[in-house]
Design a protein around this ligand. Structure first.
Ligand code: BG6
Length: 502
């Protein structure tokens, strides 16, 4: 993990897709927040690249507007001007390597001279994945990808990284023909979340949890990433992806691997990622028959979220009227290793759920009942550790305590840790840490090629069965509910229930 005493080298960030939503909502505000925290190098510049023709002045005007809108509380005038005077733009056709990439090369020459920045570049591909290899190739062909004279060149790729195992393998192979793995940063913004990073500190920086973090004590694990939003303006992309591709091999598997992995020998990038990939490799692969029992899919119909009526998925903009794309999935995973054999990991994610929350619930085995036989207590509740990832950030321990009075009775109580009570509210888009890590060359929080492929390998049988047997019962949950009944049955079959936040 990043050494936060390290200062980032002077560098230029080149954003392909600079007029898009990600740049506006996340990347520019994250850079601004880094500047505010004094984590950006003093010699720094941003070069935006997009299809749209626009002057640097126009770009600066839009950067000013974006930052005023998307930095909570607005941007500070002096800092905004400092940042804005370091933003540049060049536009054109991404297929035309001579014009656009030639212009980019000469603009980078001017910018590095003007700000006396050595030629350290990181290229952020906030573009559709079909362009990843092509744009990388053109950058390299125009002499901008080679690391020489001590200068570095790095490439960040947004998700989705492929749409199945074969396309992810091809993309990895294509990129590795052009650049080295050490130059590649496959981003997963879940790893930029403080609470996700805290899983490692919680598990390995405290001596009291690790001894019970295994099949001898843990009954099962539940991971939920629930969203209240529908597909907003992304119907076109989402309808060809679906909840499984969009969330599982990336965000959900990050949470699974950090929860389940063995302690790494150090926090350096490869040690951590070696342990994460071992978990993915230990997850049992499904036969088509297993898929029918262990993977649930759902699509929302019309309903109401937070008291507001919302349309069915099939009525969302850019979604096919008879779409069979899933907007919800729940899966039971078995990690077949010494720590976790026999401990199911249930994961679920969905759009238009009743509330936004991402949590990891570690549910412990029941205590023996013998002492309570002579009391009126019918059953003991199980202990649970809940890691709250968002919107609340913290950790809760659920346990039983005696209810005061002459009769022995047990009540359910909690011990709570909230980040904001201890460390104040942090203003973060989740991208700050990842951009900073790329600048200092730390790839720990980025996905390695083998992790991406191992993730797709697990979901591939589900994709195959679902495409061979299109769902017949969609829509099968109303917007504003916790998904289809089959999701509850998945746990019920093992005697469990989904834990909703208190
Ligand atoms: C993105 C998905 O990667 O993550 C979106 O493409 C999803 O569909 C988003 O809404 C969720 O991110 P977060 O940080 O809001 O949980």
């Amino acid at each position: 993990m990043a050494d936060n005493t390290k200062t980032a080298d002077p560098c230029v960030m080149v954003i392909f897709g600079a007029t898009g939503d990600l740049t506006k909502r996340k990347l520019l505000p994250a850079l601004y927040n880094l500047a505010k925290g004094d984590h950006l190098p003093h010699k720094f510049a941003v070069v935006g690249v997009g299809r749209q023709e626009m002057t640097t002045e126009d770009f600066r005007t839009s950067v000013r507007e974006m930052l005023s809108e998307f930095v909570p509380g607005g941007a500070e005038a002096t800092l905004l001007e400092w940042f804005n005077s370091r933003c540049y733009y060049t536009g054109g056709d991404f297929d035309d390597d001579k014009k656009l990439f030639g212009d980019l090369r000469s603009l980078l020459g001017d910018v590095t001279t003007e700000h006396q920045i050595p030629e350290n570049y990181f290229f952020y591909l906030a573009t559709p994945p079909q362009l990843f290899a092509n744009v990388t190739q053109k950058v390299v062909k125009n002499g901008l990808g080679r690391e020489e004279n001590g200068n570095w060149r790095r490439f960040i790729y947004e998700k989705p990284f492929g749409r199945d195992l074969a396309s992810a393998q091809k993309l990895n192979a294509d990129l590795l023909k052009i650049v080295r793995e050490q130059q590649i940063y496959r981003i997963d913004h879940y790893l930029g979340k403080e609470t996700v990073q805290n899983i490692l500190v919680f598990r390995f920086g405290n001596s009291i949890f690790e001894p019970i973090w295994n099949r001898n004590f843990v009954d099962h694990v539940q991971i939920t990433v629930a969203e209240t939003l529908g597909v907003e303006q992304r119907g076109g992309y989402y309808d060809s992806a679906g909840a499984l591709r969009d969330m599982v091999p990336n965000h959900l598997f990050q949470l699974v691997t950090l929860t389940a992995m063995e302690p790494p020998v150090s926090f350096d990038a490869d040690s951590v990622r070696d342990e994460q990939v071992k978990i993915l490799q230990a997850i049992q692969h499904y036969s088509p028959e297993d898929v029918l029992h262990c993977a649930v899919r759902g699509q929302y119909g019309e309903g109401s979220v937070g008291g507001t009526a919302v349309p069915a998925y099939r009525s969302e903009p850019n979604v096919a009227p008879h779409s069979n794309t899933e907007t919800f999935t729940a899966i039971k995973l078995s990690i077949d290793n010494w720590r976790w054999a026999g401990v199911p990991f249930y994961i679920r994610t969905g759009k238009r759920m009743p509330e936004k929350h991402s949590t990891i619930v570690v549910e412990f085995k029941k205590a023996p009942f013998v002492l309570f036989r002579e009391t009126g207590i019918e059953r003991l509740r199980t202990n649970r550790i809940v890691i709250h990832i968002q919107p609340d950030e913290g950790i809760t321990l659920h346990f039983g305590a005696k209810i005061p009075g002459p009769i022995v009775n047990v009540g359910a109580v909690d011990m709570d840790f909230n980040y904001s009570d201890h460390f104040g509210e942090q203003v973060s888009t989740g991208y700050e840490r990842l951009l900073y890590d790329c600048m200092i060359g730390d790839a720990t929080l980025f996905q390695r090629a083998d992790m991406v492929e191992a993730g797709w390998q697990i979901v591939q049988p589900i994709l195959d069965v679902w495409s061979a047997l299109p769902a017949r019962d969609f829509p099968n949950y109303a917007a504003g509910t916790w998904g289809p009944d089959e999701s509850d049955s998945l746990l019920d079959a093992d005697g469990h229930v989904w834990r909703h936040p208190a």
